[in-house]
Design a protein around this ligand. Structure first.
Ligand code: MV4
Length: 447
């Protein structure tokens, strides 16, 4: 087992990882920018190294600084958390070259899943259902137009280097094709330095359901059921739940088997997520694979009783998994509490938390790095807490979540709490019959 893990991240996920390391008897090294000098991850870790000024490029994305910190402190592994360097192939490779275990995917796997057209081709070859469309990248807009005419509109063009909605265009009719093509090409070229595009039939009002998987170094992969992430605004998830309200035992078995097959085909080791779109007929299609721990992993932990960070560390150290799949024993919901003003376009609201009180009681978990007096720096992600509620039924969880949200006190800044409170009373949300389009018609003006 590792003796010392460096955590190449900040905020709640850095704390989350430190907590598990402490329970496992593994020493921890925090790295921090000068903006995070007073952060809890710095105080809770056994050692801490300053790696640069506030901008991420010069600190949490600064590979030489982080590798130096690992060398100086004698860390034998690095946990990248989510975001930052968690899906950076170069960083994974450099860790390997320095003999430091990267707790995540190999450079090759990151490259393969990071290029969306390659990821799709890989999954299709493994027998995972994919959305009908172009075979790899489009060579010209004429080819795309021809294919779309054959498939029928609407279609969607996606940037192969994209993900999270960037460089995507939905096309409803042939006349829109050329402009959409040019716009997507320009946008993806500028954003990613890669203007490769591929085409798919557009799935209308789908649900976004992802399967949590864990693989070991011996070719075994298991799934830990699904998370429903259909409640998003502009590709930012705001709330996740498990089990999905539309899930059946049969669908879970089929999606779980597909996710395992896909992960096994690339020799995947560690925790990963396979994202699917589910259409209104209950047919599912591979969308993307995330080769990292995700923000919303705690809801899976609450319903399966696994510590996913512990699983990541164990498989990275060569411990085999049982290989058995898990179905939820409970219901769980996560609300992302962001320092944003939901009544004003979710505008960021950094600054000082002047008064703070966390909710508590049965079935409540809070993953957060903030405290009363903490100053939220403007340089990073605006998520300041995850409120995770579990219970015996979806109804119980919704009631408990509303109670917890009402108990939550955060003064000095605006947060997404009023949005979540309104959501808990929304008939469409309560019915469980929402799609990814749900928030497009939500009234944010009355928060
Ligand atoms: C789609 C789609 C419909 N049809 N692909 C959005 C993020 C990116 N990962 C892929 N996305 C979508 N791909 C086809 N063929 C609809 C979306 C989509 C979406 C997906 C999941 C969650 C929220 C979404 C919001 C808008 C569009």
């Amino acid at each position: 087992m590792f003796k010392k893990i460096l955590i190449a991240n900040r905020g709640e996920i850095a704390l989350r990882i430190i907590r598990t390391c402490r329970e496992m008897g593994i020493r921890t090294v925090a790295v921090y920018s000068t903006a995070d000098r007073d952060s809890l991850h710095v105080r809770f870790a056994d050692e801490a190294v300053c790696i640069g000024p506030p901008p991420s490029r010069q600190s949490y994305l600064n590979i030489p600084s982080i590798i130096s910190a690992a060398e100086v402190t004698g860390a034998d592994a690095i946990h990248p958390g989510y975001g930052f360097l968690s899906e950076n192939a170069e960083f994974s490779q450099i860790c390997a070259d320095y003999g430091i275990k990267f707790i995540g995917a190999t450079a090759e796997q990151i490259n393969m899943m990071g290029d969306k057209a390659t990821a799709k081709a890989t999954m299709r070859a493994a027998g995972v259902p994919v959305i009908p469309g172009s075979d790899g990248l489009l060579e010209s807009f004429e080819q795309g137009q021809q294919l779309s005419a054959n498939m029928g509109y609407p279609v969607i063009i996606k940037a192969t280097a994209g993900g999270g909605g960037r460089g995507m265009r939905v096309i409803k009719a042939e006349g829109e094709f050329e402009k959409a093509w040019n716009d997507a090409r320009t946008e993806s070229g500028a954003a990613f330095g890669n203007d490769g595009l591929y085409l798919e039939k557009f799935v209308e009002e789908p649900r976004h359901i992802e399967i949590q998987i864990v693989g070991d170094q011996y070719g075994k992969v298991c799934h830990l059921s699904e998370r429903d992430c259909s409640i998003q605004r502009r590709h930012q998830k705001l709330l996740e739940e498990t089990p999905s309200p539309i899930m059946t035992d049969e669908l879970r078995e089929a999606m779980g088997a597909a996710a395992i097959k896909g992960a096994q085909s690339i020799g995947y080791e560690g925790a990963g997520t396979v994202e699917f779109l589910v259409d209104k007929h209950g047919k599912f299609y591979f969308m993307e694979m995330n080769t990292r721990i995700q923000v919303e992993h705690p809801i899976t932990e609450e319903v399966t009783d696994f510590d996913l960070i512990k699983e990541q560390i164990k498989v990275a150290a060569g411990v085999p998994i049982s290989g058995r799949n898990y179905t939820p024993k409970l219901f769980a919901l996560e609300c992302r509490i962001n320092a944003e003003d939901p009544a004003n376009g979710f505008r960021p609201s950094p600054g000082k938390i002047t008064n703070l009180h966390f909710p508590g009681g049965h079935g409540i978990r809070i993953d957060s790095h903030v405290y009363s007096g903490y100053v939220i720096p403007p340089n990073y992600d605006s998520m300041i807490a995850k409120l995770i509620v579990s219970g015996q039924s979806r109804e119980e969880v919704l009631t408990r979540m509303k109670r917890a949200l009402q108990e939550f006190v955060i003064e000095g800044i605006k947060t997404t709490i009023p949005f979540h409170i309104k959501l808990m009373d929304d008939p469409g949300f309560k019915s469980g019959l929402f799609t990814t389009a749900f928030l497009e018609s939500f009234d944010f003006s009355t928060l």
